[in-house]
Design a protein around this ligand. Sequence first.
Ligand code: ZN
Ligand code: ZN
Length: 75
Amino acid sequence: MGLQICPKCKEQSFTWFIGGKFPLPTWSCFDCDYEAKEVESDKQTCENCGDTAKIKLKDKEKEYSWCSNCNTVTE
Ligand SMILES: [Zn+2]
Ligand SMILES: [Zn+2]
């Protein structure tokens, strides 16, 4: 799986891994060290690009939807 655009710094350095007790992927950016956990395993259809690539991410401050295809963030 290739690198995605980081929703925080917009660099193409965003990727995911599964580790620890948490069963869903954790996404992290190796450029700005931003980290967010995936909170739902179901992907939703993105209103912007129509791809089924929208997932829910949760970081320290907020929960939001993010499309890994077109990088649209929805609060
Ligand atoms: Zn970043
Ligand atoms: Zn999209």
